[in-house]
Design a binder for this molecule. Structure first.
Ligand SMILES: Cc1cc2nc3c(=O)[nH]c(=O)nc-3n(C[C@H](O)[C@H](O)[C@H](O)COP(=O)(O)O)c2cc1C
Length: 200
């Protein structure tokens, strides 16, 4: 089958793109308002962008009424967020936090998800997440038609990594991190066996 992607209705384009560009990592993002209110939601239009300085990107769809999602709104307001990485024990709780709650209601509080202060960073991370990237907002670019997306570029200024993921020299052991990834529709992928190749 061949499809003209330029004329696909947005809903179909979404289904094809998110079904084929897989697996996608999940940024489970905590933002905190000045009054201490904590917002928590997952985003899989997420990836690493660069390493000097370390940067990641997250794309936020604009809501039908033209407003920003709470995460992007708070990110713009405070300039900070924490990207928590999701492993299997957090899968259901992460999924639950994608519910569109009223802006004043915290997904963390609603679903009983503990957050803890980030060390050396003015923000909070999910207590059960074994790795988190503390980020400051670099800027937001708008792309797309109609509602469009806000693509946030984030600089990672602080890392939290559970010691259980490290070797004695303090390096990450790739096999120990068991990240959940997003597939098309409501499907998620769990890591299978690892394999590696020497670079040519
Ligand atoms: C696994 C997963 C990945 C998601 N990825 C995105 C994404 O990349 N961009 C987006 O705008 N919404 C994404 N969503 C939907 C948001 O999580 C949802 O709109 C959420 O209510 C936003 O919360 P907020 O308004 O508190 O920021 C995703 C949902 C799930 C379950």
């Amino acid at each position: 089958m061949h499809l003209d992607a330029t004329t696909l209705p947005a809903r179909d384009a979404y289904a094809w793109l998110t079904g084929l560009v897989v697996p996608r990592p999940i940024a489970w993002i905590t933002t905190r308002d000045d009054d201490g209110h904590v917002n928590l939601a997952p985003f899989s239009y997420f990836n690493a962008l660069a390493s000097d300085p370390p940067m990641v990107t997250v794309a936020f769809a604009t809501r039908r009424d033209g407003s920003d999602k709470d995460t992007l709104r708070l990110l713009r307001k405070t300039g900070r967020c924490c990207v928590n990485l999701v492993e299997e024990p957090d899968l259901d709780r992460m999924n639950a936090t994608s519910a569109e709650l009223p802006a004043h209601e915290s997904e963390a509080a609603r679903y009983g998800i503990d957050v803890v202060a980030c060390d050396g960073f003015d923000g909070v991370r999910v207590a059960s997440a074994r790795a988190a990237l503390c980020c400051v907002l670099v800027d937001v670019h708008r792309y797309g038609r109609k509602q469009g997306v806000g693509l946030a570029v984030l600089e990672v200024t602080r890392l939290f990594v559970d010691d259980a993921l490290l070797d004695p020299a303090g390096r990450l052991v790739p096999e120990r991190l068991r990240p959940v990834a997003r597939l098309g529709g409501n499907a998620y992928a769990l890591p299978g066996p690892h394999t590696s190749r020497d670079r040519p």
